[in-house]
Design a protein around this ligand. Structure first.
Ligand code: SAH
Length: 460
């Protein structure tokens, strides 16, 4: 089993620092399932290649196992395990290149953080789903993919192709991202059961998939195959991923397009801002701040001494920081603004003690079964004096000509409430957590279906 990593980012031999393995001598490691060797077939300033070679002993794999004696078959001894890329390669990546995988490098930290011209080649990858699936896994991540299908037998061309491929992916990537992509996607390609898959595999998938898996078009297939077709685990992983979904560039588009003509967004921000000022709030948190539209309005208003944006999505916070021009703010201004990554469904001590919280067009993105956790995290733990929640009014959807009946305004919405539904939810929350509640329409009011957006204002 062979993986090679090539850098052409000069001085390419610095790849040795990034991998924490000197290019100038070979390295060997004992793993539970065999031996791993790291060596460099080439180490020049212009181009440097590290090879990770795994020696797997299929007999040893069987021998040590309890219960193996009764179920021994020939295939346990004679198989493709030693040669074919599989989940063992992921384990070896984590064990041998663990520091590089986590993005750390004492000697060359700036290089570890930078995108470099990198290429990875895996020999003999089995791929259920063939070349098409292989490309669908790596191309959305921005790699140039070269696939070469191996013959079943080189000496007998008429036997046709095998199910194995040599795969090369090339792109400008941080080394840690490239390793994380391989770590997750090699077992996905292999799609076979080799090792026990338990709870911590979900955790590993989420950790290694951070920042890319949520937005990957094949994320469902990836989770299902990575978790070896254990649907309940895959569902658990996907649910956690979905809330981490970064806003796509076009995320607000469908909604803006549907709600166009009334600049509903501006009215929403205006109503929330007015409500926050009215209640005399000085220190405000914007929960699920997204790319920071409300944050900008809050920061621009001197009434507010402290403004904190919270979102589960790193990407959203990056965009918000960019749009706020945080790095160009004068010191005093900057001290008023904070951006925090966090999820609204977990209790978070950092959010305790604020005058008010705004939760604008966020609740409808939560899975209904997570609402209870969200309610406690906000109304019981963070417990701001005022909570302002806005959400679409589902009744108004009939007024949007381009929106088919029964559809939500946005593909990521998990539900949309009627006015009665928001009120029922709001009154229940208010009563349970000791708040008063009132309900306010936002946008043009239709006599029969109400306004496009609805707002619930909770005060202690
Ligand atoms: N308030 C913003 C963004 C609304 S879009 C606006 O009005 O423009 C919904 C936002 O909620 C997204 O940025 C999404 O990342 C965030 N989000 C979804 N689930 C979340 C959760 N569990 N915790 C924190 N933020 C979440």
């Amino acid at each position: 089993m062979l993986l090679t990593l090539t850098s052409t980012a000069e001085p390419a031999t610095d790849l040795g620092y990034l991998l924490h393995k000197s290019p100038f001598r070979p390295h060997s490691f004992d793993l539970t399932f065999g031996k791993a060797h790291v060596f460099y077939p080439e180490a020049r300033t212009e181009r440097c290649t590290a090879a990770l070679l795994l020696e797997i002993d299929p007999v040893a794999l069987v021998r040590g196992r309890p219960g193996a004696r009764e179920t021994r078959t020939l295939a346990q001894y004679v198989n493709d395990r030693p040669y074919v890329a599989s989940s063992f390669l992921s384990v070896a990546i984590a064990e041998v290149f663990g520091t590089a995988l986590s993005g750390r490098c004492k000697e060359r930290p700036e290089m570890a953080a930078r995108e470099l011209a990198l290429e990875a080649r895996v020999s003999a990858v089995p791929c259920r789903g063939g070349e098409t699936f292989l490309r669908r896994l790596f191309e959305p991540l921005g790699y140039e993919v070269t696939v070469e299908r191996l013959a079943l037998d080189e000496m007998n061309a008429d036997w046709g192709p095998s199910r194995y491929f040599n795969v090369t992916i090339a792109g400008s990537k941080r080394l840690c991202d490239l390793l994380a992509h391989l770590y997750v996607l090699i077992p996905v390609l292999d799609d076979d059961k080799h090792y026990w898959v338990g709870e911590d595999e979900v955790e590993k998938l989420l950790r290694r998939g951070e920042g890319w898996l949520a937005a990957h078009p094949e994320r469902d297939a990836i989770a299902l195959r990575y978790l070896k077709h254990q649907r309940s685990l895959a569902r658990e992983a996907l649910e956690q991923l979905v809330t981490e979904e970064p806003p796509r560039a076009d995320d607000n588009e469908p909604i803006d397009a549907i709600e166009k003509g009334i600049s509903l967004n501006d009215q929403r921000i205006g109503s929330v801002l007015a409500t926050l000022k009215q209640c005399g709030a000085k220190r405000v948190i914007d929960l699920g701040c997204g790319d920071g539209k409300l944050l900008r309005a809050l920061v621009a208003d001197k009434t507010f001494d402290e403004v904190v944006g919270v979102d589960v999505s790193h990407r959203a916070l990056e965009i918000a920081a960019d749009r706020l021009r945080i790095d160009r703010m004068p010191e005093k201004q900057r001290a008023r603004v904070k951006l925090l990554q966090g999820s609204l469904v977990y209790r978070d001590q950092r959010l305790v003690g604020y005058d008010a919280a705004a939760i604008v067009e966020v609740v409808e993105h939560l899975e209904p079964y997570r609402l209870a956790a969200f309610e406690r995290a906000v109304f019981e733990v963070a417990r701001p004096g005022t909570v302002v929640v806005t959400t679409p009014n589902a009744e108004y959807n009939v007024k949007f000509e381009t929106l088919p009946t029964g559809r939500f305004r946005h593909h990521d919405h998990r539900f949309e409430w009627s006015r009665a539904e928001l009120e029922a939810w709001g009154r229940n929350v208010a009563e349970r957590f000791g708040y008063g509640a009132r309900f306010v329409p936002i946008g043009p009011l239709d006599p029969s279906v109400g306004a496009p957006t609805q707002m619930a204002v909770f005060t202690r």
